[in-house]
Design a protein around this ligand. Structure first.
Ligand code: C2E
Ligand code: MG
Ligand code: MG
Length: 648
């Protein structure tokens, strides 16, 4: 409960504001206290000064009275004394009139009158020394006046003393209240300070906890909790760093599960996740504590062994891992067999750096997969193939710069009438040494490298520019472009397509993008987002090589598609086997039910075209109609076929 309060943002805000207000209140109290004290001491100083002047007045009167006594006793000696004492209290009264309180001013005026009369009496007394009786009367009168004046002085002194005492008492009361308020505010501030401190500590602890957690997340796989690629790279560098020349080798195993995609497709992602967790648990159990098991993504795992004796030792461990995986696993009530392919590489035997160790283990893993041998240790001879492919990618990069890529176009016609409904752009590479290369010679390698992205962008622009040229020459020919998986999963791809359309001033409706079933199935969520944006832009979407993806067809309902292109392997058999006919007919029915257009690819003869027309297939494409040709040849072909149609 307390922890919840401390964590609440509103409480934190209130505590900070409360503390600030408390500190402000203390400052106000201090200011009030300082000004009150200053005012009090000035008041007291003034009051005691007034009181002193009244005392001084009293003193002067008593001195005058003493001088009068002396004068009465011995006139000869007391005369001068009386003369000097007479009227000596007048300045005191004058002072009161200028500096005293209103009461003092009034009292000074009254006392002044009495003092003037008193002084007058003394003067008279000084002059009438011959008349004894008159002198004694005056002396009695003076004694009376002196006593009255002294009483007045004392009364004023007492009045000031009492006023001062009352003032000090009020001041003390005020100070007491001030101290009480300061105490209460200090107490509240202290509590708020404690609250703020605990809030700060809680937040600091939380931030530290989050930092630890995000560091953990950055270095670990969320699903299995194993190290991820980043942590594995660190661990490899560390292992290579401490492996001296005479020490044992560092071994790296890369494992790829077989047929994991099928488990995901058929049993669902939940089962796929369970399988991955089970595999990671088995791998961790099968290796030493000093080894690092990592998940690199998808169904790819790695095991780093900081100490192995030899390549043989490495493949022995790899076999043990495969054995550990072999025991079937039960996923949501279904028993599934697990198997995998492992590639092994060693440092320093096979690689000088961590990156090379990973790359070579990867090559070995593909070797194991391709040859279905379970485990393969890196073999530089087998790597030649991949080096060649690397060389090819380099050459392709140059080909892009040198504009060596060309597009051939194959027409797509209405199956019933033969009317040209569009063309498909198919890439060729005019290689300076090897001549005209077909897509099969370089597209598969390009699709494994990121060069496929600029290559696709180039093909798109070239096809749209060609469409513009045809349009400017008076022929509207919609174009289709083949799109690889990587583009379909790239959220930036629709923007690039939009930019290409805008740059070539071509409406989106004349562009069809051909995608494959597998690229949709690989990541349906991301693919769907990209396809939806493309469709919203007005671009047409076609599923190429339909029927070869051996996947569930549920995506047909959810994806925003326009067209299915039946793979030529089915079209080839449409006339000569009952099964082929049935499949093509089923696809046409399916497309009709889903409101999709159908294109039959690879139509190689008239008989197939006729059968397809009868089945209700909308469009056809194939060598029988036209091979892929250069753009100018396509226009010539169109003119020729238009003439033939007119002749018929
Ligand atoms: P695809 O998209 O299914 O293209 C149709 C392929 O079938 C073309 O091969 C075409 O020449 C061939 N073909 C057409 N009619 C017939 C026929 O009647 N009989 C036979 N046997 N074959 C026929 P091509 O041009 O060699 O292209 C092969 C594949 O390369 C394409 O298959 C496509 O997947 C890929 N490809 C071509 N151009 C590009 C491109 O620009 N980008 C990407 N990513 N892939 C491309
Ligand atoms: Mg195609
Ligand atoms: Mg195709």
């Amino acid at each position: 409960m307390l922890a919840k309060v401390v964590r609440s943002k509103a409480v934190a805000r209130t505590a900070v504001i409360g503390l600030a207000l408390g500190v402000f209140a203390l400052a106000v109290l201090a200011a009030v206290s300082i000004t009150t004290n200053a005012r009090s001491s000035s008041h007291i100083r003034h009051a005691s000064e007034i009181s002193n002047y009244w005392s001084q007045f009293d003193l002067h009167i008593s001195v005058e009275a003493e001088a009068l006594n002396d004068f009465m006793v011995a006139e000869k000696f007391g005369k001068d004394l009386l003369d000097s004492a007479m009227n000596s209290a007048a300045p005191d009264l004058e002072w009161q009139r200028h500096n005293g309180d209103p009461d003092d001013v009034r009292n000074a005026d009254l006392a002044g009158d009495a003092y003037t009369a008193y002084t007058q009496t003394l003067f008279e007394l000084r002059r009438s020394r011959t008349d004894q009786e008159r002198t004694h009367d005056l002396a009695d009168q003076a004694a009376l006046g002196s006593s009255l004046l002294r009483k007045t002085a004392n009364a004023n002194v007492t009045r000031h003393r009492l006023a001062m005492e009352a003032y000090l008492a009020a001041d003390a009361e005020f100070n007491r209240k001030l101290s009480l308020a300061a105490g209460v505010i200090c107490g509240a501030d202290f509590l708020l300070l404690v609250l703020c401190a605990s809030i700060l500590l809680t937040h600091q602890r939380r931030i530290e906890g989050q930092a630890v957690e995000s560091r953990y997340r950055a270095l670990h796989d969320e699903l299995t909790g194993l190290a991820n690629r980043a942590l594995l790279a660190d661990e490899i560098d560390h292992a290579l760093g401490i492996a001296g020349p005479e020490n044992e080798s560092v071994g790296l195993l890369l494992l790829d599960l077989n047929k994991f995609k099928e488990v995901n497709d058929t049993l669902g992602h939940h089962a796929g996740d369970l399988l991955l967790k089970e595999v990671s648990a088995r791998l961790v159990r099968a290796v030493r504590a000093s080894d690092t098991v990592a998940r690199l993504g998808g169904d790819e795992f790695a095991v780093l062994m900081p100490k192995v004796d030899s390549a043989g030792h490495c493949s022995e461990i790899a076999r043990r891992l495969l054995d550990a995986l072999e025991v079937p696993v039960e996923l949501d009530g279904v028993t599934v067999d697990i198997s995998g392919s492992i590639g092994a590489a060693l440092h320093p035997l096979h690689s000088a750096s961590g990156a090379e160790l990973l790359q070579h283990a990867d090559i070995a893993m593909y070797e194991a997969k391709r040859n279905r041998i379970g485990v393969a240790v890196y073999d530089p001879r087998a790597d030649r193939h991949s080096s060649q492919s690397l060389g090819l990618i380099g050459e392709l990069r140059r080909a892009l710069d040198e504009d060596e890529l060309v597009l051939h176009y194959q027409p797509k016609v209405a199956a019933g009438t033969g009317r040209v409904a569009g063309t498909e752009a198919l890439i060729r590479w005019q290689h300076p040494v090897r001549g005209l290369l077909q897509p099969g010679d370089f597209i598969p390698q390009a699709e494994e490298s990121e060069i496929i992205v600029p290559l696709t962008d180039r093909v798109l622009t070239m096809a749209l520019e060609q469409h513009r040229r045809w349009r400017d020459a008076g022929t509207i020919l919609p174009v289709a472009v083949n799109v690889p998986t990587v583009c379909l999963l790239d959220p930036g791809f629709p923007d690039r397509v939009a930019a290409a359309l805008a740059a070539c001033d071509v409406p989106a409706g004349v562009l069809t993008l051909e995608i494959t079933e597998t690229s949709i199935i690989n990541d349906p969520v991301r693919a769907s987002a990209v396809l939806t944006r493309l469709r919203e832009m007005g671009v047409r979407l076609s599923v190429d090589d339909f029927g070869t993806g051996y996947s569930s067809m549920s995506y047909l309902q959810s994806m925003p598609l326009h067209e299915l292109k039946i793979d030529r392997s089915f079209v080839r058999t449409v006339t000569d086997s009952h099964g082929g006919t049935a499949i093509v007919r089923a696809v046409i029915e399916l497309a009709r039910a889903l409101d999709l257009e159908v294109v039959a690819e690879g139509v190689e003869d008239e008989a197939a075209l006729t059968v397809l027309g009868e089945m209700g297939c909308t469009y056809a494409q194939g060598y029988h109609i036209s091979r892929p040709v250069r753009p100018d040849d396509l226009i010539a072909w169109m003119e020729r076929s238009a003439r033939v149609a007119a002749y018929r």
